[in-house]
Write a protein that binds this ligand. Structure first.
Ligand SMILES: C[S@@+](CC[C@H](N)C(=O)[O-])C[C@H]1O[C@@H](n2cnc3c(N)ncnc32)[C@H](O)[C@@H]1O
Length: 265
């Protein structure tokens, strides 16, 4: 993970070099449509208030959870205790990005959505509320976190979510095998290079040319930058959009050549 200073410098560079999306440099009709109708749409949807209320409750919650650490790749399970309010502060996607995901689901209407990394279920709640006809599969390895996420779904009365508990390497292959296709994938757990690229390859098996991938924290560390670099150069990838804190990957075949966009958000 980069130091806060390095990350800030990277962000400044991104901000100064990214397109504001309003110029003539956006030649892709899909991306132009995405910028004007989804990215820069400031509409507030009815569900936002309820979900943010739930986030605010967690931000004040002093209770501790015992959580597994998957980062070290150790055979032994490493546990640590963390307050719910600390998890809510540091692990969840901020509302700006969670609400962008909501607008994407609302606009593109994907039917099968997968989230890798549920945490307290706040972003899952956005994905779920954006289309009650979609099925959301969300994967979480840490048992007490998963239990809390289930409470989030109950509290918000969300019924189109299936939470798969366990390490991604155990739960993901079976899930992918059981599905005919996947339409929208949010990869927000295990921010290391090799697993990130492997998850992407696994999902490709059940992707269509309309599948949308969102990768979290693509500029967070050298490993994640390298993972993003490998993914965007994959032969099946035709368009990528770098929004600094997240990256969007498309496989649409109607684009003649690869297009890489960096858009200010
Ligand atoms: C950044 S948080 C997810 C945040 C959530 N998507 C949101 O925006 O509200 C990542 C979660 O992934 C889980 N995780 C990380 N690596 C994992 C692995 N290898 N297997 C299962 N779960 C994992 C962590 O326990 C953590 O809760």
């Amino acid at each position: 993970m980069y130091s806060p200073i390095k990350l800030a410098l990277k962000y400044i560079r991104y901000y100064l070099t990214a397109s504001n999306g309003r110029g003539f440099e956006i030649h892709s009709p899909f991306v132009f449509d995405f910028i004007t109708k989804v990215l820069n749409n400031s509409r507030k949807f009815h569900s936002f208030h309820k979900i943010e209320h739930c986030r605010n409750m967690y931000l004040k919650d002093e209770n501790e959870l015992q959580i597994e650490d998957f980062g070290a790749g150790s055979r032994k399970k490493l546990f640590q205790n963390r307050r719910i309010k600390e998890i809510a502060k540091s692990s969840l996607k901020p509302k700006k990005y969670a609400q962008l995901l909501y607008r994407m689901v609302d606009y593109y209407q994907p039917k099968t959505i997968i989230e890798l990394g549920t945490s307290l279920g706040i972003t899952t709640a956005y994905l779920s509320s954006a289309n009650s006809n979609a099925k959301i599969y969300t994967l979480e390895g840490s048992s007490e976190i998963a239990q809390t996420a289930r409470k989030t779904f109950q509290f918000l009365q969300l019924e189109n979510i299936e939470l798969l508990e366990g390490e991604f390497q155990k739960t993901l292959p079976g899930l992918i095998n059981s599905l005919n296709s996947v339409n929208f994938i949010f990869i927000d757990g295990n921010h290391r290079r090799t697993p990130t690229v492997e998850y992407f390859r696994l999902f490709l098996e059940k992707s269509t040319e309309n599948t949308i991938f969102i990768f979290d924290d693509i500029n967070w560390s050298e490993e994640m930058e390298r993972a993003w670099g490998e993914i965007i150069h994959h032969p099946q990838v035709t368009t990528t959009i770098d929004l600094f804190f997240i990256g969007i990957v498309l496989l649409k075949k109607d684009f003649k050549s690869k297009q890489y966009f960096k858009i200010r958000f």
